[in-house]
Structures are given as structure tokens and as C-alpha cells.
Design a protein. Structure first.
Length: 413
């Protein structure tokens, strides 16, 4: 089957949002499909592969340096101005128009039998809807996050009525036109099934890539310390995430066990307020914020850690952090500070994770104290390998491939 995967977030964008499309393309090809990726292009460093169709993004959304910053700022300001006048627009709107203007060229390049559009952003869903209609092929809509349900864009939805209306209209149109809706979590799948009766909805989780863990570089951690590693970002990924209870618990637990020194390694981008929350611990050397590291180095730190840290926003959202699956595969104990029932289920089923609410200071302090004392570290027999293996990218993409066999082109009018 010739599959056209529409994914704005794709390398050279190296973010958590680009991992799922990359793995989709990889494993669906391994299943025997011809996969072409329709994605952004900045005109520099473009992949010459014929399997990747790059359409230049006039807004240069991710390249915000020098003159390109002002181009991005112009389009961002233009979108905000349009929204303030009650007309929907986003910084991705110019890219959507550029893609649709090249629809015939795209069709000739890959002759798709199926469109697979992965959200976010919203404009990818619009492109998927339109290309599916023009090419007369089935559409699969993949939701890595909720659109209206526990949205990642709560602020825009609250601020502009036209944005809420656009999102509601697009979600309904997507549910009606899609041969299959794929959701990254069961709770998001259930939302679509409940809201749009008759729509076909399935769950395909994110996962870990076993191949990435082979032949990792060596990481030397100071002996005599209990090393805690956090990979990725906190509030820069979700502004509602609050790390203050954890930082307070870290101090309290450390004071209870002064003979058990710890070192928290932060590997990612962190805001000024987050750095401030650890200011005294950074000064004492108990917290180290590392320079930006490559992916393999980050995995190497996870493998060398004594404990891995996961913190999600208070309350719940529809997504499960990608790092959770990597943490599970690492084989190291995990402290998951989360209120999300699905995150807790996956974490606890693995057998090597403790959970507490991200705002429950006493519970976090107690867990950390037990962990530092050594009384709470689970041994390898508790690790549920079979549960963890379910969440490999290979297995999850085989699940997705299993859904493709039942899809076929719609009949000609």
C-alpha cells in the first residue's frame, strides 16, 4: 500500500512530537508499505530522499534566529491579529496553503492509496481531509494529543471564540471523514467513540525503540552519590507542570538522610523559574543542569542512573509522556509524580515504578526518604518484562498495521 504520512513535526525538528511520525514511517515500511512523508521544509539541510516530500514553510516556525525570527514574528502577529478580529488563523496556516497549492504534484510523486495525518498541529488534519477528498483515498487521523478533549492549546481555546469554533468544526469533520481514528491513549479513544457515535476508533500507544539503546556512550557519574535523572523538559512541555513540591520534598528527604547524598541530573531545556526552584541545590552541587545533550547521551544517562524521574501536570491530560516508555525499558526504578490514571496504570504494571501526586508534598517526601535509605528500591524480580515489551514501537506499529488491511479506497461517484 502507498501511504502518504502528513506530519509537520519531523526531522530536522528534533522534539518528542517528531518521534511518533518517524517511527510510523520506519515500521510501516518494514511491514511492506511504501511510505512517503509530507512535511515542512525550511530550504536548508533538506533530506534529498524521494520518500520525503518537503513543502517550504513560509513562517519558519522553528527557525527563530536572525532574520528568520522576524519572519516568524510577523506570521505569529498576523495570526493573533486575525484571531482578535474573529477570523481563525495560526502560524501554520501559510504552510497549509502552500501544501494544498502543490496537491497535484504531491499526488504524482507518491500515488497514495491512503492518507495518514498525525495531529498536532490542526492544519495537518485539514490537509489530510482535503487530500483524502481530492485523491479519493481513505483517511486515518492520528491524535497524539487531544484537540478539544484535554487540549494542549487550552489558552488559545479560552482566548478566541473563532479558535474554539474552528477546532470543533475540524474535529467533527475529521471524525466523519476518517476511516479510522487512532488515539495515543484509551481515554482519548473513548472520548471520540462517545462524542462521535459510529466512528471507528482505536488506540496505538507511543513506545520505545530498542535499537537506540545499543552501544551507548559511557557516562561517568560520581561514586558515592545516589543519582537521579530527569530527561527532557518540565513546564516548557506543559506550562501547568509544577516542580516546586518535588524540589521541596528533595530538600526534606535529603535532610532526613544526610549520610545518603544524592545528585539530580537535569537533561533538557529548563525555564528561569525552574532553575530558581533548584537554586540552592544547584549551588550545593546536589542538582546539575547539563548542557544540551544528544539523544544517545541522554539515554546513556538514563541507563547509568539509580532512579529516573517523571513529573506531569496536576490533574490529568490525554497524553502519556514519551519518556515513560523509555524509562521502563531502561530497567531502572522510576519515580512518577502524576495524577493521570493511565500513566499510573502503565507505570505500576511494569513493577518498577512508584507513583504519587505531583502536589502531594508529604507523599513525595516519604517516597524519596525510603528510596534514599534503600528500603524502597525494588529488585529485578519485580520488573514485568512482558508488560514493558508491549510498548515497543515495533509492537505498537504492528497494531497499527493490523488496522490497515480492512481499509480500501472509497468507491468512485
Amino acid at each position: 500500500m502507498n501511504i502518504l504520512l502528513v506530519a509537520y513535526y519531523f526531522p530536522p525538528i528534533n522534539s518528542a512530537g517528531s518521534v511518533r511520525p518517524v517511527q510510523m514511517a520506519r515500521w510501516l515500511r518494514n511491514c511492506g508499505h511504501a511510505v512517503s512523508v509530507l512535511t515542512h521544509g525550511y530550504g536548508e539541510g533538506a533530506d534529498p530522499s524521494p520518500e520525503i516530500i518537503r513543502v517550504p514553510d513560509p513562517a519558519f516556525v522553528r527557525a527563530r534566529q536572525g532574520k528568520k525570527f522576524w519572519r516568524w514574528a510577523f506570521w505569529r502577529g498576523w495570526a493573533e491579529l486575525q484571531n482578535s478580529f474573529g477570523r481563525y488563523a495560526s502560524v501554520f496556516s501559510p504552510w497549509r496553503r502552500a501544501v494544498l497549492a502543490r496537491a497535484e504534484e504531491i499526488q504524482r510523486a507518491c500515488r497514495p492509496d491512503l492518507i495518514l495525518a498525525t495531529y498536532p498541529p490542526l492544519e495537518v488534519l485539514e490537509i489530510g481531509l482535503e487530500l483524502s477528498r481530492r485523491f479519493r483515498v481513505p483517511l486515518i487521523s492520528d491524535f497524539r494529543d487531544g484537540l478539544l478533549f484535554r487540549s494542549i492549546e487550552e489558552k488559545r481555546l479560552r482566548s478566541h471564540r473563532c479558535v474554539r469554533e474552528k477546532y470543533a468544526k475540524t474535529e467533527a469533520a475529521t471524525a466523519a471523514a476518517s476511516s479510522l481514528i487512532v488515539a495515543v491513549t484509551p481515554v482519548l479513544r473513548d472520548y471520540f467513540s462517545r462524542t462521535y457515535p459510529g466512528s471507528r476508533c482505536q488506540t496505538v500507544y507511543n513506545g520505545y525503540d530498542e535499537d537506540e539503546w545499543r552501544d551507548l556512550p559511557e557516562v561517568s557519574l560520581a561514586p558515592g552519590f545516589f543519582h537521579i535523572v530527569h530527561a527532557g523538559r518540565f513546564a516548557l512541555s506543559d506550562s501547568a507542570t509544577d516542580i516546586r513540591p518535588f524540589s521541596a520534598a528533595l530538600r526534606q528527604a535529603g535532610s532526613l538522610h544526610p549520610d545518603k547524598p544524592f545528585c539530580l541530573h537535569l537533561l533538557g531545556e529548563y525555564s528561569g523559574s525552574e532553575r530558581s526552584a533548584f537554586k540552592d541545590l544547584i549551588a550545593s552541587g546536589a542538582v546539575v543542569i547539563h548542557p544540551p545533550a544528544g539523544r544517545r547521551e541522554t539515554l546513556a544517562y538514563q541507563k547509568a542512573a539509580d532512579l529516573l524521574l517523571l513529573i506531569t501536570r496536576p490533574g490529568v491530560r490525554s497524553g502519556i509522556p514519551l519518556k515513560l516508555y523509555e524509562y521502563l525499558f531502561s530497567g531502572k526504578p522510576v519515580l512518577a509524580l502524576t495524577d493521570d490514571a493511565e500513566v499510573r496504570r502503565i507505570a505500576e504494571d511494569s513493577g518498577i515504578v512508584w507513583c504519587a501526586s505531583p502536589l502531594d508534598l508529604p507523599a513525595i517526601t516519604e517516597l524519596l526518604a525510603q528510596i534514599l535509605s534503600g528500603s524502597a528500591i525494588p529488585g529485578s524480580p519485580q520488573r514485568n518484562i512482558e508488560t514493558i515489551r508491549v510498548y515497543s514501537w515495533q509492537k505498537q506499529m504492528k497494531v497499527l498495521n493490523g488496522f490497515l488491511g480492512s481499509l480500501s479506497k472509497p468507491s468512485e461517484d
